[in-house]
Write a protein that binds this ligand. Structure first.
Ligand code: PEP
Ligand code: MG
Length: 577
């Protein structure tokens, strides 16, 4: 009998699909601390630095050519500019002076880079200021070469399942997608941004896989890893039985995907005739056509920050117009809801240095950045007004806490619109709305809903802030059920306030894509749900098989439930078998 060496781990399902293959652990190792050196070693250390800088520059030129060949001219230009920085004699002279003063090459290049970056950061011109992070990037690359550490593009040289403690959204967005077979994270939750991105890109993913890193390391890199992103099953060094089971699962997944496409034209209507509009959450124009194919009747959430994360400078107004217009055109007349930039929290951006915060999720995130960087939002709003000339556009502000934040949105939008009109630029009508993702916004909404045209409940953050549950912490999984009665009560209040004000209300948090939770939302009176495209079919099926009357009764009972578990049972039992 063959010995079963497989290690099975129960993880949290984060993005559907099966992946079996080699794994690679992504670990961005910290650079060594600077060392003191003897004066006599300075010439050799300087030579080592010059060689490393030259190698880094050549590597950057090669990267630039490679990126240009794949049609990304802007990114190619950035890598070419980085190569020029690595060859910059002024930077090199400054570093060599540090070496002569007794610092090793690694410490010297980083210190010279920091001094140059600080000088650039103090310059009036925004474009030059933006270069400061590029210099730091380049010096980091040279220091990594000196220390023999891998650079970001070395991290995934061949197709593999990415294993990591957690993945920053920027890294998830920039890794070569064609080489990611799957994602398996020791930490994280299904509502963390890495998981949301994996779903959007169609990459199978599991999160919260406790013990995963130790298990793959113990098995060794010559062993395979298997993950099922629908059930959360993880198998390290899978045996033949595991492989057969997972292959069957993959075949079933493929058949289910075909059925999903066939059902795309069906409306989401309950058995007693209540219609629900199903919309898509997207992170970029490339996701639009798949969402249309799966039957999305518009975009309920376009997370624009991913346009801002994958680069070294903010996208220009024209680039943004192009991205937004592509989505508007793909949806051919159906509304596209663009969310203004939501960075900070778990989405830092390199060219927007922010002071380190103790609690970034409670810090200067999203619309709160408008106090110091209004131009980012005005540029984005200008792009939205321009894209609206091509079809219906709605714009919503993230992280609105109260009526004053709504006034901030209206003022920024008015500034953008008046300037465009004065310039004679062609614009369209834009409906302005807000995200309800902070409890204070829901509680004060009746006082300011009249100032907006629509609202969308961001239940990922609303749950995080209502239950004091960090959205990425796997130890708190038991609290992370969106059917928590406290969340349901806030949603119920929002529905009543929106009805009273006569404005549209939708839900765009991950809750809307969970078929059971979607039924609860319909029971609470929500008539518009937005989700990642692969979830549309299952939610549509659940709605088409349910009676709105029974959902209303179940929702009333759920509001009084002591915890999410009791509330969930009420909707599982009304679900069709
Ligand atoms: C939410 O918070 O529910 C939401 C949709 O926004 P994000 O997940 O991007 O924070
Ligand atoms: Mg949010």
């Amino acid at each position: 009998m063959i010995e079963d060496r497989a290690v099975r781990i129960a993880a949290v399902a984060a993005a559907p699909g099966v992946a079996v293959g080699r794994w690679t652990e992504l670990r961005r190792t910290a650079l060594p601390a600077p060392r003191r050196i003897d004066q006599a070693d300075a010439p050799a250390e300087s030579a080592r630095l010059k060689a490393a800088a030259n190698d880094a520059a050549l590597e950057l030129m090669a990267l630039s050519d490679q990126v240009a060949e794949s049609g990304h001219e802007d990114e190619a230009a950035i890598f070419a500019a980085h190569a020029a920085m690595a060859w910059d004699p002024a930077l090199m002279d400054a570093a060599i002076r540090e070496i002569e003063a007794g610092t090793d090459a690694n410490g010297a290049i980083r210190s010279a880079g920091q001094a140059t970056a600080a000088t650039l950061a103090a310059v009036e011109d925004e474009l030059i200021r933006g270069r400061s992070t590029d210099v730091l990037d380049v010096c980091d690359r040279i220091a990594r070469r000196l220390a023999g550490l891998p650079t970001d593009e070395d991290l995934l040289p061949a197709p593999a399942i990415v294993v990591a403690e957690d993945l920053a959204p920027s890294l998830t967005a920039t890794l070569p997608r064609e080489r990611i077979l799957g994602i398996a994270l020791e930490s994280g939750s299904a509502t963390s941004h890495a998981a949301i991105l994996a779903r959007a890109y169609g990459i199978p993913a599991v999160v919260g896989a406790a013990g995963l890193i130790a298990a793959v390391r113990a098995a060794g890199s010559s062993k395979d890893l298997a993950i099922d992103g629908s059930s959360g099953v993880v198998v390290v060094d899978p045996g033949d039985d595991d492989r057969v089971q997972l292959a069957e699962r993959a075949t079933a997944d493929r058949a289910a995907r075909e059925r999903d496409l066939e059902e795309a034209a069906l409306d989401a209507v309950t058995t007693d005739g209540i219609a629900v509009t199903l919309l898509a959450n997207i992170g970029g124009p490339d996701e639009a056509s798949a969402a249309v194919a799966l039957g999305a009747r518009g975009v309920g959430l376009f997370r624009t920050e991913f346009l801002f994360l994958e680069r070294n400078q903010p996208p220009s107004e024209d680039e943004q117009v192009d991205a937004y217009r592509r989505v508007v055109e793909a949806f051919g007349g159906a509304p596209v809801t663009i969310r203004l930039l939501d960075v900070g929290g778990d989405k830092p951006i390199p060219y927007l240095p922010m002071p380190t915060e103790e609690n970034p999720f409670l810090g200067v995130r999203a619309l709160r950045l408008a106090a110091t960087r209004p131009e980012l939002f005005v540029t984005q709003l200008r792009a939205c007004y321009r894209a609206a000339a091509a079809g219906p556009v709605k714009v919503m502000a993230p992280m609105v806490a109260d009526g004053r934040d709504v006034e901030t949105l209206l003022a920024l939008a008015s500034q953008a619109r008046s300037a465009l009109l004065a310039e004679g630029v062609l614009i369209g009508d834009v409906a302005l709305g807000v995200m309800l993702e902070i409890p204070s916004a829901v509680l004060t909404a009746p006082a300011w809903f009249g100032r907006t045209r629509f609202a969308s409940l961001g239940t990922n953050d609303l749950l995080q802030y209502t239950l004091a549950v960090d959205r990425g912490n796997p130890a708190l999984e038991r609290y992370r059920d969106s059917l928590h009665p406290a969340l349901l009560q806030l949603i119920g209040s929002a529905v009543r306030a929106a009805d009273a004000a006569g404005i549209e209300l939708s839900v765009c948090g991950e809750m809307a894509g969970d078929p059971v939770a979607a039924l609860a939302l319909v029971g609470l009176g929500v008539r518009s749900l937005s989700m990642t495209a692969p979830s549309l079919a299952a939610v549509r099926r659940a709605i088409r098989a349910a009676s709105a009357e029974r959902l209303r009764e179940a929702a009333a009972a759920a509001l009084a439930a002591p915890s999410a578990a009791e509330a969930r049972v009420l909707f599982v039992t009304v679900q069709p078998s």
